[in-house]
Design a protein around this ligand. Structure first.
Ligand code: UT7
Length: 335
């Protein structure tokens, strides 16, 4: 039965693997420095997974925390949506592996790609499912293992220093309180920028074999990024999409209590806040500790801001993200 009220965030959680990798650690593997990385991105350290911390395994750990935070039992979950650009396997999707780990046979499982914007696309999907009565308690997860797919040579250093591993989870469900929950989602993409940030191989566009041997020599199995183009794109599109979410809901910038942006580069987020005239102390930054955890980043930042009291019941929170695709999105939510 369709639910005519709203969808709120019932609980959140995250998990990052225990291994801390500092900028100095990376400087031992290729030509870089703590100073360069911090100056350009704000990152001081990131986490790298071990063999047992696969995307599904980390997703499960984050999920159990979010379910507990929501005051629910695992068995209350009826739908699982997982966003990841680094799935455990080509197929099936990560959601099926998480579902099996949680022991929830029969629940609907959906995988969403959309890279750094994946969590926001997943939340919008969950919200729509709940509003039409297709689902009640949706587990939304963003989870990434980047560390096993990075280029640790000088050629890959621009990308490699930015990324870290981790998982975030949110449980969303219906609320009868008309003042709470998601107020809008703005989802955008522009595929003309698809090759500005991507991993070309392996893939089914290669013939006759999807895993060409050449991918080892030409390094097409590693992420490729036009850093400057991505930087410019983010600084243009984030203020635009935040403005769009405000215009759609009739709120002003001053009404926002906390901005939780995707953690790709602290300089980008500082610049976006400056462009919007938004106070820096209302912007959540945790990239120093985790680097860019892609689909997990907004969820981890949201949870930490909740833990330190910046996000409270009643807070008006803007979530915003951009990334490979290009994709970009914003969601406005009353906690
Ligand atoms: O979720 C989306 C993820 N991606 C992003 O958000 C990335 C957005 N872009 C960026 O954050 C920046 O473009 C970077 C941080 C990636 C790079 O900063 P930049 O100021 O655009 O540097 P650059 O690529 O223009 O490179 C400047 C110099 C170059 O040397 P030369 O040609 O001036 O001699 C690079 O070779 O820095 C060099 N460089 C490095 N040096 C030390 C590139 N990577 C590194 C490195 N350590 N890791």
């Amino acid at each position: 039965m369709a639910h005519d009220a709203a969808t709120k965030i019932w609980g959140t959680g995250f998990y990052v693997p225990p291994t801390v990798v500092t900028n100095d650690d990376l400087a031992k593997r290729f030509d870089t420095s703590d100073e360069w990385i911090q100056q350009r991105s704000g990152i001081k350290e990131r986490r790298y997974s071990t063999a047992e911390d696969t995307p599904a395994a980390m997703g499960e750990k984050a999920a159990r925390k979010a379910i507990e935070d929501a005051g629910l039992e695992v068995s209350d979950i009826d739908t699982i949506i997982v966003a990841s650009l680094s799935p455990d396997h080509d197929f099936p999707g990560v959601a099926c592996f998480v579902q099996h780990r949680l022991g929830l046979p029969g629940t609907a499982c959906i995988d969403i790609r959309n890279q750094c914007t994946g969590l926001l696309y997943s939340l919008a999907t969950a919200d729509a499912f709940i509003r039409v009565g297709q689902a009640k308690h949706v587990l939304v997860i963003g989870t990434e293992v980047h560390s096993t797919g990075l280029d640790f040579s000088n050629e890959g250093r621009d990308v490699t220093v930015l990324f870290g591993d981790g998982a975030a989870a949110m449980v969303v469900g219906p609320t009868d309180d008309p003042k709470r929950g998601f107020l809008t989602h703005c989802l955008r993409a522009d595929g003309s920028g698809a090759k500005q940030l991507w991993i070309p191989a392996p893939g089914s566009s290669y013939f006759p074999h999807r895993a060409p041997k050449s991918m080892y020599e030409d390094r097409s199995m590693y992420p490729q990024m036009n850093g400057r183009a991505v930087f410019k794109f983010a600084c243009t599109k984030l203020p635009e999409i935040i403005g769009e979410a405000l215009a759609k809901t009739g709120y002003g910038q001053d009404d926002i209590d906390v901005l939780v942006p995707h953690q790709a580069n602290m300089r980008i987020n500082e610049m976006v806040a400056k462009q919007l005239g938004f106070p820096q102390d209302k912007v959540v930054h945790n990239i120093q500790k985790y680097g860019n955890t892609t689909a997990a980043s907004v969820g981890i930042a949201f949870h930490e801001a909740k833990q330190d009291g910046r996000i409270q019941e009643g807070s008006l929170v803007m979530l915003a993200a951009f990334g490979s695709g290009f994709t970009w999105a914003a969601s406005l939510v009353r906690i």
